[in-house]
Write a protein that binds this ligand. Structure first.
Ligand SMILES: [Zn+2]
Length: 438
């Protein structure tokens, strides 16, 4: 009796063993999917400093072996060849190509991986992934073609140059400010840049840069002469009458302030800053070639009331409450005077309630050069409209932060306000802009 019982026990144990082994073998056979390979980046330009991340995974039976081969022309080089310990589900490696391995130009990385599955009569599921790259370690060569660059603080200059290799980023860097260069139909590059009004002569060090797709950056210098500028000081009296007339329109922007003066300060500081930032956004919408011709025209029969770069002190009840820089020219004519487009271009902004500027229009003249018309009582153009020099775009007014009917006229270079006077001067344009394009 006891003997029979143990016999049944032995058979049961055997059956259980067969079941366990069978399930295990079945799982090994069941994994019919190959490992996954992720290469980051999986193509494109790289330098000796660009790591190519190889990530291999197999979530089912696990990884058995990996191999990474670099090939360039007829040359093949095994970078990695490994058998992995049991239970490896993930393999990760950063590849940095070395000078002695390959030369400049195209090459391929092939990643081979196999899992521990018994599929394919025990050979496992294998995968080969390939990435095609180009080793580029040489920064683009730049050659400056224009010779004289005379800049006035707050003014503009034009640089003409050649780049040997198609850059992904090129232009003139002036401290924190970047002025993009634009490829011209004849293949050269033209960059309109500024000596910003806030940059002193001693701090003005423009650098020409060109960066290629691999990230190699060339920095070049060019000859220039910079003139500093002394700006005028101006006193602006803020009256209760002005506050009562002008502040209610901004209550929605800054609700719940205890006084009109405090609302004025918010508008004069924060809204002004926000509107300036928007000029940078609008500046990106520019034509790669100049759209204008000849000198810029001004509002006819108008007196200039405030100049570019005026350092304004705002007084309330005989006390200085704020300081700002005036970055356009205020032109006063008759009320609701028709405003001509200063030059040919494309309307890139036509907005009512554009912050402190009120109803405003911005016209793009190409290469980041734009003109701003603000405080309008009426707008006659729409974004996208091509306008001719002299075409009426609206009427003067006192919308936004304007005490009386006038045109605040601004010229902008890559989002930075510049002195409009240069662009009213045919001789200046000829010497500094148009003659260089020939
Ligand atoms: Zn103004």
């Amino acid at each position: 009796m006891a003997k029979k019982k143990s016999r049944i026990g032995q058979i049961l144990l055997l059956l259980i063993l067969v079941a366990i082994l069978g399930t295990g073998t079945y799982l090994l056979y069941k994994d019919t999917t190959a490992p996954q390979v992720l290469m980051t980046p999986n193509k494109g330009f790289i330098t000796y400093k660009t790591p190519i991340n190889i990530n291999i995974s197999d979530t089912q039976s696990g990884l058995k072996a990996v191999k990474i081969v670099l090939s360039q022309g007829k040359k093949q080089l095994t970078l990695t060849e490994k058998t992995l310990p049991k239970g490896s589900f993930d393999y990760n490696e950063d590849i940095l190509v070395k000078k002695k391995q390959i030369k400049e130009g195209p090459f391929e990385l092939a990643v081979w991986a196999v899992d521990t599955s018994l599929a394919g009569f025990g050979s496992g599921n294998a995968i080969i992934a390939r990435g095609n790259y180009t080793l580029d370690t040489i920064a683009p060569k730049i050659e400056v073609q224009s010779t004289t660059h005379n800049l006035n603080q707050g003014g503009c200059g034009l640089l003409i140059y050649n780049v040997e290799e198609e850059p992904v980023k090129t232009g003139v860097q002036v401290n924190e400010d970047f002025f993009p260069g634009h490829k011209q139909p004849n293949g050269t590059y033209a960059c309109l840049f500024a000596m910003p009004y806030y940059t002193d002569k001693k701090d003005f060090n423009p650098v020409l840069i060109a960066e290629d797709a691999a990230g190699n950056t060339r920095k070049g210098s060019f000859w220039y002469h910079a003139n500093g500028k002394q700006y005028r000081h101006d006193r602006i009296n803020i009256s209760d009458r002005f506050l009562n007339a002008k502040m209610p329109q901004f209550e929605g922007d800054f609700p719940g302030l205890p006084s009109q003066v405090e609302l004025f300060l918010k508008v004069n500081r924060e809204l002004r800053k926000k509107n300036r930032a928007e000029l940078h956004r609008v500046a990106k919408e520019t034509s790669p070639t100049f759209l204008f011709e000849g000198r810029f025209i001004r509002l006819p029969n108008a007196a200039a009331r405030a100049g570019f770069g005026d350092k304004r002190s705002y007084y309330y009840a005989d006390k200085v409450i704020d300081k700002q820089t005036h970055l356009g020219i205020d032109l006063a004519s008759v009320r609701r005077a028709p405003i001509p487009a200063a030059n040919a271009g494309r309307v890139v902004l036509a907005e009512s309630n554009f912050g402190i500027y009120g109803n405003a229009v911005i016209i793009d003249h190409g290469l980041g050069l734009q003109t701003l018309y603000s405080h309008l009582s009426h707008i006659e153009v729409e974004p996208g409209d091509m306008v001719a020099k002299g075409q009426i775009i609206g009427k003067t007014g006192a919308t936004g932060m304007a005490g009386g009917d006038h045109l605040h006229y601004g010229v902008i270079c890559a989002g930075i306000p510049v002195n409009p006077i240069e662009w009213w001067d045919a001789t200046w344009i000829k010497h500094n802009i148009t003659s260089k394009l020939k």
